[in-house]
Design a binder for this molecule. Structure first.
Ligand code: BGC
Length: 449
């Protein structure tokens, strides 16, 4: 980790933490919440590494006041959480459940009382099970269902949420959930999963239109990006890298910014109807960027089902997920977005950045996580360098506030600034929490000068 002082950030830079509903809330059967595809998936034997579910998770549904107090102690200016569609409209297209919205209403008011901007994501992968039963994102009707849910949510919270994020990482939901079957809903369709991309993007566009009628707050989307590194300089490796880049980085950005779909192998024009691209390209105010690591790619073997093969990137430290730690990849990525999309690119907020390590309390009950401090330090310097290079980045959210339920990995991967004992629910701020708190306080002092 660099010993040099952290460079100053622009005045008004948003310092935040991120979470998502199914990963922290628990309370899955309370106040009228219906089942989501993640309840179904987690309860299916063999799907989750440790056999756990999100039934209780961090019990945030009951401990939210304690968690807001932790955020206030950290000094963040924003909290990005997600709203569970199955709490708000459990059947997907039936009546709105006011008690489900009550929970978020209280949370939003509590955040505002602590001077923390509520940033709400409308879809972080927890589709109501009845919507899945009717075809899910493979089916076009899910897009208007999503917009109706967005409308109902903004009718209640639109006066207080400070930034709306429609979808979280539609790329990951398509590939892991529908292409490879390792996330809910567990479908293994490979490139036949393309309708899931288009219908999510269409849902995004329809939701943007609905949100505009309910709120004056900015609206955006949070995409997952990964700089792509070809394993070698051969034409075949470069072609493989270009194919992967189209899938991971362009498929969910080109149409959003008015450029239509990139050339990529799964594209099925039959799914795209007249007018859809204009709906998808509705102007957004913020592009959310979730960055974890770059991806190494080489040409596939002859006859392989995919036009690329993913290869490990050697020579970097690794997290407990075995992901390479490459802070400069974030600077590279932000520059790539600016160079690729130019004036079409809205201001960026880094809506997720973080790492998993096997953090455990020591004999005194304290949790030391120097690797996370080094990780965040490096990534913030990378953001600062990108700003120096002319990229308009206006915020940074750490993934995550709490150790939580990490999807197919269950409770085995800890991403939090705050350690959670998953038996008792006890929260213990880690040393990275103190580090981030001090960094935010120092940044506020210098920008207030
Ligand atoms: C997701 C989070 C997840 C994190 C770490 C992102 O892809 O949005 O829900 O916990 O990565 O895997």
């Amino acid at each position: 980790m660099s010993t040099a002082a952290m460079p100053e950030f622009p005045a008004g830079f948003r310092w935040g933490v991120s979470t998502s509903a199914y990963q922290i809330e628990g309370g899955v059967a309370e106040d009228g919440r219906g089942p989501s595809i993640w309840d179904t998936f987690a309860h299916s034997p063999g799907r989750i590494a440790d056999g756990s579910t999100g039934d209780v998770a961090c019990d945030h549904y009951h401990r939210h006041a304690e968690d807001v107090a932790l955020m206030a102690g950290l000094g963040v200016s924003a909290y990005r959480f997600s709203i569970a569609w199955p709490r708000v409209r459990p059947s997907g297209d039936g009546p709105v459940n006011p008690s489900g919205l009550d929970f978020y209403d209280r949370l939003v008011d509590d955040l505002l009382a602590h001077d923390i901007d509520p940033v709400a994501t409308l879809f972080h992968w927890d589709l109501p099970q009845p919507v899945q039963d009717a075809g899910g994102w493979l089916h076009r009707d899910t897009a208007p269902r999503f917009a109706e849910y967005a409308d109902a949510t903004a009718a209640r919270l639109g006066d207080r949420v400070k930034l709306w994020i429609t979808l979280n990482e539609p790329f990951v939901h398509m590939t892991l959930g529908h292409g490879m079957g390792v996330h809910a809903p567990g479908q293994l369709l490979l490139f036949d999963a393309f309708p899931v991309a288009h219908h999510q993007l269409l849902g995004h566009g329809l939701a943007v239109a609905a949100l505009r009628t309910r709120t004056a707050s900015p609206v955006g989307i949070a995409n997952n990006y990964s700089p792509v590194r070809p394993a070698g300089q051969s034409d075949a490796d470069r072609a493989a890298a270009a194919a992967y880049e189209a899938l991971h980085n362009r498929l969910f950005t080109d149409p959003l910014l008015g450029r239509g779909y990139p050339d990529f192998p799964g594209f099925d024009p039959a799914v795209v109807r007249d007018g859809d691209l204009a709906v998808i390209a509705a102007p957004i105010d913020v592009l959310g960027v979730n960055y974890y690591n770059p991806t190494g790619v080489r040409a596939p073997e002859d006859g392989a089902p995919l036009p690329f093969e993913l290869v490990p990137l050697d020579g970097y430290p690794r997290t407990a997920f075995d992901w390479p730690v490459v802070p400069d990849g974030l600077r590279e990525l932000l520059g790539w977005l600016r160079d690729t999309y130019g004036d079409d690119l809205p201001p960026i907020q880094v809506t997720e950045s973080g790492c998993a390590y096997d953090d455990a309390p020591d004999a005194d009950g304290r949790v030391h996580d120097p690797e996370r401090i080094a990780y965040l330090d490096g990534h913030l310097r990378a953001v600062r360098a990108a700003i120096d290079e002319g990229v308009d980045v206006t915020g940074y959210f750490v993934w995550s506030l709490l150790d939580n339920w990490e999807w197919a990995e269950g409770f085995t991967k800890r991403f939090g600034l705050v350690h959670v004992d998953f038996d008792s629910g006890a929260r213990t701020p880690k040393s990275s929490y103190a580090w981030f708190r001090d960094l935010i306080a120092a940044a506020r002092r210098t920008t207030a000068r």
